[in-house]
Design a protein around this ligand. Sequence first.
Ligand code: ZN
Length: 212
Amino acid sequence: MDKKNILILSPHTDDAELGCGGTIARLLEEKNNIQWVVFSSAEDSLPKGMPKDTLVKEFKQVYKSLGFKDSNIEILKYRVRYLFEKRQQILEKLVELRKEFHPNLVIGPSLNDVHQDHIVVAQEMVRAFKSYSSIISYELPWNHLIFNIQMLIRLERRHIKKKFEILNFYKSQFTKERNYFSEEFIFGLANARGVQANSHYAEAFEIIRWIE
Ligand SMILES: [Zn+2]
């Protein structure tokens, strides 16, 4: 792949890592210029008694560990589960990013994602970028009733190892027994997608638009 300006959209701090953490590791290795925007640090969904900035701190560990600079990261402060109330602001933010960053590729949630915040980001992403950038959506199987595997990005073991390693920074999420953070699930899904691409590991994407 040629070097690209790539914009990653993550409704909450852990979505992009879960959906395409291995691909992010590979895209960084290939020296792409990546800008990563998070819409909510989900303060209201933290376990009781945890400091409000817990997820921001955990996310900082994630992006530092991947080698991102602070200037490549933006954490917005929208309220978790209420992104729909800020739909227009979110669209305007995405249009601003389009004009400033000119992404060749935008990677975000799926239009088939049933989470109320994810679907808002997916829809506004399509509105903002449909005539300007290629757009693909990452896979979060527990949030999909259907998911169209139209694109597979082949990955090496080191990419999935890195994905599992960065997800381990989200200690606040383990108390909720979220099984999609488990080693078995991360490696198992990547291996299943790898089999579909004649590779050891892969991550799957839907293609919303491809522009060259
Ligand atoms: Zn999310």
